[in-house]
Design a protein around this ligand. Structure first.
Ligand code: FAD
Length: 446
């Protein structure tokens, strides 16, 4: 490109930079390959340079250099996103946040962190004080809090607290801008919605203030059922059971259990299964509920034991897809709000083995609802599109994981708040260019 990289390097003095081609490849990509649609669109995208600042002052320095030279800047946490959120479409600099990983403080129900802290590492500290994250993705061992807010949606714990987008699930953020003179802004309360799930298109978050949940000793349980719809009804009943303290309610239709290789002995062929995290003190009432639905408990670990090995959480949410694709790479997935079990049953009936149903129960506006991360036997883009349309025609809402465009995934509409904030803090359109449709339509005239 026409950029003067020698001058740029000189201006980045003091900041760790990476130019090794193999490292650039690794640090430019994410888990976009779960989508056969995104694979060819993103495989060859690369940053020219990766920087690893250690503090906010260095972030500001990088922002200044990018504005001065008009270099695209894409923020990256651990790079575990599934839609190419952190893949730089137009090259430039990737800013890796993983060295900004300090926990600033943990108080009663609230904490402040630097964005690069890994969620598992955070929880380990918070639990010493009796607290934990309200929700985390199944990638919590490697994923950063900044990346979760920037590109994630919810996960283990969402059965109690809903999704990141729900008011009250992020309290505050500090953000570095890409103006001529980069500033540091403090956003609080509803203001955080400007940068919440914005793919880093409108500011570099450096610190977050987040609410916490009381930490229970979480037992892990697998229950099997001869029939999927019974398993689904059990999942709904557990989710609705106000007296049962839980953190994770996953239900997988047969034959998904067969893809979870490490759990083979606990999920016999032909069985549908529920993978659960419940408070140890709720194990007795859980057993009674399992009996009501005719299930069989095949696996049960108390919290202390569960903490030693791989958590069941790492077989749920999009880890189910990861394990299934390890066995059969031709599989892909969808993200679906069914809203109720009638729709689950209708889709189960209609698509059979082509769309294998994996349910995650979560709270939406106070109600526990079944959402799906279904495994799809992929054939063609047309067929995938038809499957999506058919779900939507019957009242399901699909958060399409086969697009890297912010608005085309979950929300479907442009967010005027996020666009207005981008106009203010990123007037040159340098942050993660090509991801926000609203900006492209307004400014990137051809
Ligand atoms: P990255 O992928 O690095 O970044 C995500 C987005 O946030 C990018 O657009 C990036 O530009 C932006 N970003 C990162 N840091 C900042 C910052 N400091 N300021 C501004 N923007 C920033 N997601 C879920 O929500 N729930 C799940 O249960 C879940 N399960 C998953 C399972 C598997 C196997 C995989 C591969 C992915 C899963 N994901 C899930 C997606 C992803 O792992 C999570 O959303 C994770 O929290 C992303 O964190 P990260 O650090 O890897 O972010």
């Amino acid at each position: 490109s026409s950029l003067d990289w020698q001058a740029i390097h000189a201006e980045l003095t003091g900041i760790e930079t990476i130019t090794d081609p193999q490292q650039l490849t690794k640090l430019s990509l994410d888990y976009y390959h779960f989508s056969p649609i995104l694979q060819p669109q993103l495989a060859d995208k690369r940053a020219d340079l990766v920087v690893r600042p250690v503090n906010e002052a260095q972030v500001q320095q990088v922002a200044q250099v990018c504005v001065r030279h008009k270099i695209p800047l894409t923020v990256r946490g651990a790079g575990t996103g599934n839609y190419g959120q952190c893949i730089p479409l137009m090259g430039g600099i990737v800013l890796d946040t993983t060295r900004m990983n300090q926990i600033l403080w943990i108080k009663e129900g609230v904490a402040a962190v630097e964005v690069g802290v890994k969620m598992a590492a955070f929880d380990k500290q918070a639990r010493l004080q009796g607290w934990e994250l309200r929700m985390y993705p199944s990638t919590y061992r490697t994923a950063t809090l900044g990346g979760f807010i920037g590109g994630g949606s919810g996960g283990i714990g969402s059965i109690n607290y809903g999704q990141l987008r729900d008011r009250g699930n992020v309290y505050g953020a500090r953000v570095v801008t890409l103006e001529d003179h980069p500033r540091i802004l403090t956003l609080r309360g509803d203001e955080v919605q400007q940068i919440n799930h914005a793919y880093g298109t409108n500011g570099i978050i450096t610190q977050l203030e987040i609410p916490l949940a009381p930490a229970y000793p979480w037992a892990e349980v697998i229950v099997t059922f001869g029939d999927f719809l019974t398993a689904a009804r059990f999942g709904q009943a557990l989710s609705d059971g106000d007296g049962l303290v839980k953190k994770l309610v996953t239900v997988c239709a047969d034959p998904i259990g067969g893809y979870l290789t490490a759990l083979q002995e606990f999920i016999p062929p032909g069985q549908s299964c529920a993978l659960l995290m419940v408070a140890e003190s709720s194990l007795d009432p859980l057993e009674a509920l399992v009996k009501d639905y005719g299930g069989t408990i095949t696996y049960q670990k108390r919290a202390q034991e569960a903490q030693k090995g791989t958590s069941l959480a790492e077989f749920t949410w999009n880890h189910t897809t990861l394990h299934a694709r390890a066995v059969d790479p031709s599989l892909t997935y969808l993200q679906t709000f069914y809203f109720d079990l009638e729709r689950v049953a209708a889709m189960y009936e209609q698509f059979g083995d082509e769309v294998m149903i994996h349910l995650e129960f979560l709270r939406v506006a106070g109600r526990a609802i079944p959402a799906g991360l279904q495994l799809v036997r992929y054939t063609t883009p047309e067929r995938l599109g038809a499957i999506i349309e058919c779900h939507e025609a019957q009242g399901c809402a699909i958060a399409n994981p086969h697009t890297y465009i912010l608005e085309d995934g979950g929300r479907k509409v442009i967010d005027p708040l996020q666009l207005a904030f981008k106009e203010q803090v990123d007037p040159y359109g340098l942050l993660n260019p090509g991801k926000m449709r609203a900006w492209g339509e307004k400014f990137d005239r051809k």
